[in-house]
Design a protein around this ligand. Structure first.
Ligand SMILES: Cc1cc2nc3c(=O)[nH]c(=O)nc-3n(C[C@H](O)[C@H](O)[C@H](O)COP(=O)(O)O)c2cc1C
Length: 315
């Protein structure tokens, strides 16, 4: 399939996940076959004001490509200005977040709040499109709540405005991350637009890929299933899961990458987000988690990982 000016053989993409999909995570997933990655969501306003924390989200090494920058905002002007900054910084495309359900974001009219303010959503899209020449997509939810399913009409309006792809996580804002995805929305959107439609939500196996493909999805985003399991991309290409030695080495490598990227202190704190996922399902996981979360020194964590009983790696 073709999207974001690139050709993709499998259409397997790493989903944007705030606090998770930093450059080290993206590089690990690319190594296992993620063909495209997205940044964590970036505040357009923070970018326009060049705040320190926002600017840090732009750091990445050369191999971290192709990479789409995702912005969130309720302000068309900030959207346009930030998109231009991202284009000048060498990103391969811009995605506009219309799905974040978090109170801090929706209370300001951004993220999923745009699902019920289509006029504002389209103004944001138009402002971005007027400022950049790189591809632009929108990441939608199903709608705000079950009485307001707006994904199809908003997808249509965004496509008409000129976006290059629609990403759909077919749950409403109220459904957060738990309820079954409303997959039928993929077919409905596909019916209305002639640009790629990318599916996100609960895609963890070849069976789920095949299912959303049968509904018309052109590409597939993997989110939570990749946390502590970056080899999911290899599995979705028909390859094996990681065995115990590979898992251990991967965890050590992840720790090393985070410490190089953030520095030892922040690196080890960031690692805590992943530790339980790496050992999930293994017999001594809970004791490992408790011990690991008390450690503040990378060398000590490394030896704990080395000593851990990785069993036969079946999880
Ligand atoms: C911790 C976490 C952070 C997320 N952050 C973002 C984000 O920054 N931008 C975004 O569009 N979606 C974000 N999402 C939503 C995911 O991209 C994805 O659409 C959702 O998790 C469903 O897919 P999954 O079942 O494969 O995880 C986040 C999800 C999680 C769990």
């Amino acid at each position: 399939m073709r999207a974001y000016n690139n050709e993709f053989r499998y259409g397997l993409f790493l989903a944007p996940m705030s606090g998770i999909t930093d450059s080290p995570m993206r590089i690990l997933c690319r190594g296992y076959g993620a063909e495209l990655a997205f940044t964590e969501m970036i505040s357009a306003t923070g970018l326009v004001r060049s705040t320190k924390n926002t600017m840090k989200l732009l750091n990445r090494p050369e191999g971290d490509k192709p990479l789409i920058a995702q912005i969130f905002t309720s302000e068309p002007q900030d959207a346009g200005l930030s998109a231009k900054i991202l284009q000048d910084n060498g990103f391969d495309g811009i995605d506009i977040n219309m799905g974040c359900p978090v109170k801090k974001v929706v209370s300001k009219g951004a993220g999923a709040a745009l699902m019920r303010d289509q006029k504002r959503a389209v103004e944001i899209v138009e402002a971005v499109l007027s400022r950049v020449t790189i591809p632009v997509s929108v990441k939608l939810r199903a709608g705000w709540d079950s009485s307001s399913i707006t994904a199809v009409s908003l997808a249509k309006r965004c496509a008409h405005a000129g976006v290059n792809a629609i990403i759909i996580h077919p749950r409403t804002r109220s459904e957060m991350f738990g309820s079954p995805p409303r997959w039928e929305l993929i077919s409905s959107i596909k019916h209305e637009v002639d640009i790629p439609v990318i599916a996100s939500g609960n895609i963890r196996s070849v069976k789920e890929v095949e299912h959303v493909k049968s509904l018309g999805a052109d590409a597939y985003m993997i989110g939570r299933a990749s946390v502590g399991r970056p080899w999911i991309f290899r599995e979705l290409r028909g390859g094996p899961a990681a065995g115990p030695i590979e898992r251990k080495e991967l965890l050590l490598r992840h720790l090393d990458m985070l410490c190089s990227y953030y520095g030892r202190q922040r690196g080890i704190l960031r690692m805590r987000k992943f530790l339980s996922a790496y050992v999930k399902g293994l017999p001594r996981a809970s004791a490992f988690r408790q011990d690991a979360n008390r450690i503040n020194e990378p060398g000590q964590l490394e030896s704990l990982i080395e000593r851990f009983d990785w069993g036969d790696g079946e999880v």
